[in-house]
Design a protein around this ligand. Structure first.
Ligand code: CU
Length: 161
């Protein structure tokens, strides 16, 4: 033995590592090393993050509902809407939120986006409250929650005609 101080058998080290891995897996909500944040979503929703890929006239809905939650998320974070359709935000928790698409109010300019010709909005979502908006201009809308923008409470709407 050239290292008399390291007397712990390798098997125990392996078991300890496995136990730690199981604890991480059981926890579930924490970020997983090696995966980008937000990659823990449901399978099949991977195409709906940034591009409009997957949102076509055939797949677009004429009415969608997005929940604003106590986890400081819009759920679903990305929706596909027919031009002239209606999006409704619902505050399903007990924390005040807003739905806001106005680059003048965004801390990060990239968190707000509007197709040209579309109007900005900024509307409060009180606990239990809701707000509906009809979107007629096709394109990509990026909106956020005013108090929680920096915490990643962001959403996207793709409108197709
Ligand atoms: Cu919020």
């Amino acid at each position: 033995m050239t290292h008399p101080t390291s007397r712990r058998p390798p098997l125990l080290l392996g078991l300890a590592a496995l136990g730690a891995a199981l604890l991480v897996a059981a926890c579930g909500t924490g970020p997983i090393p090696g995966q980008p944040a937000g990659a823990g979503g449901t399978p099949g929703s991977s195409t709906s993050t940034t591009s409009s890929g997957g949102c076509t006239a055939a797949s677009a809905q004429s009415a969608v509902t997005v929940d604003a939650t106590n986890s400081l998320k819009f759920t679903p974070a990305s929706v596909c809407l027919k031009a002239g359709g209606t999006i409704t935000w619902k505050n399903v928790g007990n924390i005040f939120h807003t739905t806001t698409d106005d680059s003048a109010l965004a801390a990060s300019p990239g968190d707000a986006a509007l197709p040209s010709g579309a109007s900005s909005w900024n509307h409060p979502l009180n606990p239990g409250g809701s707000f509906s908006l009809k979107l007629t201009v096709p394109g990509t809308y990026k909106y956020f929650c005013l108090p929680h923008e920096s915490l990643g409470m962001l959403g996207q709407i793709t409108v197709v005609s």
